[in-house]
Design a protein around this ligand. Structure first.
Ligand code: GDP
Ligand code: MN
Length: 386
């Protein structure tokens, strides 16, 4: 689960990681009051679940409270396009009004799970503010990594090592080590999956603060963090993904136009791969589960067809626990109830697949029945004109 920058900063503050003072508003004239209270130059920052806001025009400096109102007017209600939002952009509903920092240097600090070593890793760089992927590519020597042994947790000497590695001025080493220890506490206490401070800023008056913050959480641990779960902003999420999660379907919307309905994550990945191999692009990842019931198939079908980008559907289901005839019945029932405008390619393999084939043939609907995975991919690609 993702949260907004302002929510991440409230959490950081709670755990003793310094952040600039500020407040979130959804109306421009409230911005003026907040700026007046802060009493100095402010930044107006669009709150959306995506980075790259600075380049996209979602972050503006304001010298006076009146100017902060004008800047907030420009940003609230705008559709902000960044390299992380996709071309359709995201509607800005809230802005964070924050004390503007006089920046001396921008650093990068991240904490993330490293699956290769089965441990958390701190990633830090004195080349912050920019995309860390670019630093990693162009100046890999500027990236520090410190792995945290899960048995003992982050040790103070490691935090100091990172602080020294960042070439911080002597008087900030202690603050930086404490900041790292506190970030680690936050990470563990909230079951985070990623915490990123970019930039971590050294100000001209010698303070070290998180000027931006991004924290993601492990969805599977949310049941034990009611306070974190409450921070979820459904308006930032894909409506189809929200609908899918209500039915316990693993669904991720993608950019292509072949809607996929598959059981089992491995088969789903293979299906997406083979579609691309034959020249088309999947519109989604969708795993209806190993024991896909007819009801779940029907729900999944509805979700797929509600995506206007979907120009054909490929149903690829292995009948192991579930029988193919039951899946076929589910598909036929759903197809009859829904207004079908796109070709449906179906490949069912496993228990009772012959019976399933007959059900589809005799349904009075025009399914394209495929005999194997490759055939299914070819038929799906033909159906979208590739
Ligand atoms: P992002 O573009 O979505 O990652 O948003 P950030 O919060 O990281 O802001 C992008 C850039 O705006 C930062 O790297 C800074 O250069 C600049 N910026 C953000 N806050 C301040 C501030 O308080 N003062 C100044 N001078 N620049 C800021
Ligand atoms: Mn940033």
């Amino acid at each position: 689960m993702k949260i907004h920058e302002y929510q991440a900063k409230e959490l950081l503050n709670k755990f003793g990681v310094p952040v600039p003072s500020g407040q979130t508003v959804d109306k421009a004239n409230e911005a003026q009051n907040v700026a007046a209270k802060i009493g100095k130059k402010v930044v107006v920052k669009a709150q959306i679940h995506a980075g790259g806001r600075g380049k996209g025009g979602g972050i503006k400096l304001a010298e006076t409270p009146e100017e902060s109102k004008m800047r907030a007017e420009e940003v609230i209600g705008m559709t902000l396009v960044t390299h992380q939002t996709g071309p359709e952009g995201k509607l800005v509903q809230k802005v964070l009004i924050e004390e503007a920092l006089e920046i001396e240097k921008e650093l990068y600090l991240g904490m993330v799970l490293d699956r290769e070593t089965s441990s958390l890793v701190i990633i830090a760089s004195e080349e912050g503010g920019v995309e860390i992927e670019v630093v990693a590519k162009e100046k890999p020597e500027k990236i520090l990594k410190e792995h945290i042994d899960p048995k003992v947790g982050l040790q103070p000497f490691q935090a100091r090592k990172v602080a020294f590695g960042l070439n911080l001025p002597k008087e900030l080493i202690r603050d930086a080590s404490k900041l790292l220890m506190n970030l680690y506490k936050l990470f563990n206490a909230t079951d985070a999956s990623l915490a990123e401070i970019n930039p971590l800023v050294i100000t001209k008056d010698g303070r070290l603060l998180a000027a931006d913050a991004k924290i993601n959480f492990d969805d599977n641990a949310l049941y034990r963090h009611a306070d974190i779960a409450e921070l979820r902003d459904l308006s930032e999420e894909e409506p189809t993904e929200i609908e899918a999660s209500k039915h316990n379907l693993s669904y991720v919307k993608l950019d292509g136009n072949v809607g996929c309905m598959v059981n089992g994550a491995g088969l789903a990945m293979a299906t997406m791969d083979i579609i691309q191999l034959h020249g088309a692009m999947p519109a989604n990842f969708l795993d209806v589960g190993g024991a896909a019931s007819a009801e779940r198939v029907e729900q999944a079908f509805k979700i797929l067809l509600s995506d206007p980008n979907v120009k054909a559907v490929l149903i690829n289901i292995f009948g192991g626990i579930v029988r193919c005839d039951r899946v076929a019945n589910g598909v036929v029932e759903a197809a009859k109830r829904l207004d079908l405008k796109v070709p449906i390619v179906v490949r069912l393999a496993g228990t009772n697949h012959e019976m399933a084939g007959e059900i589809l043939e005799n349904s009075g609907l025009t399914f394209k029945v495929a005999t194997n995975l490759k055939d299914a991919a070819v038929k799906a690609c033909e159906a979208v004109g590739v």
